[in-house]
Write a protein that binds this ligand. Structure first.
Ligand code: ADP
Ligand code: MG
Length: 207
């Protein structure tokens, strides 16, 4: 499904997509947070992209681990440790591998979500990035079980992530900064769910 060179290409595309969506994500955070989510993530992925050339020839686990460490060290705000942990857990799941197949991808994605839940002490349904990630993983698992191609699997995941992000509009935040707003968080898309939908769409479009 993916080798190290392809992963480096995909991460470069993610950096471009986050840059292009930085204002949109920050605007979402302005409504129910502190107006920094897009700025935070753009800073993080710029550092990730800077370090990509030196990652050529490294295995997938090492590249994802470095990506996670870059995000933890450069993204201010709670999304840094959360996304950072997600990438590091995905990397640990792919340790030593220069190529991954669909099954590896599903295991990595599942490990990433487990990392966010552990780090964030959170679950789905609390109006966070998990509400885009969980549905995306389940859609990917279903597509893989139905024998779909890697591209179809990623497209199904991207669609589910977008739907999950839209769904966050209908629920009250109980985790993160938006939880302080209680019912006033209703009617707004969660910035982290939206950024994950951007990332997943970019990954799917890279295939
Ligand atoms: P901060 O809230 O510190 O300003 P960001 O604005 O960069 O950080 O990121 C906010 C996003 O982080 C939220 O929209 C949400 O998706 C995610 N988030 C915050 N807390 C948690 C948590 N405990 N578990 C999962 N995701 C969380
Ligand atoms: Mg914020």
């Amino acid at each position: 499904m993916t080798d190290s060179a392809k992963l480096i290409e995909v991460l470069g595309n993610v950096k471009d997509a986050i840059d292009a969506n930085a204002e949109y994500l920050t605007d979402l955070d302005a409504a129910i947070g502190d107006s920094d989510h897009g700025i935070n993530l753009a800073r993080g992925f710029r550092k990730v992209a800077e370090d990509l050339p030196a990652m050529a020839g490294k295995d997938i686990g090492a590249i994802l681990k470095k990506t996670g460490m870059d995000l933890v060290s450069t993204v201010g705000g709670s999304s840094g440790p959360l996304y950072g942990t997600a990438f590091m857990k995905a990397g640990a799941s792919a340790a030593g591998k220069s190529e991954i197949n669909t099954e590896d991808f599903l295991n990595m994605f599942s490990a990433a979500i487990g990392g966010v839940k552990m780090r964030g002490k959170s679950e789905e349904g609390e109006k966070t990035m998990l509400d885009a990630m969980g549905p995306a993983l389940r859609a990917a698992e279903e597509a893989a079980a139905a024998g779909k191609s890697a591209k179809e699997m990623l497209e199904a995941a991207a669609e589910a992530a977008a739907e999950g992000a839209a769904f966050t509009k209908t629920i009250i935040a109980t985790k993160g900064r938006a939880a302080y707003l209680g019912e006033r968080s209703l009617g707004h898309v969660d910035p982290g769910a939206a950024s994950f939908a951007v990332i997943m769409k970019t990954v799917a479009e890279s295939y």
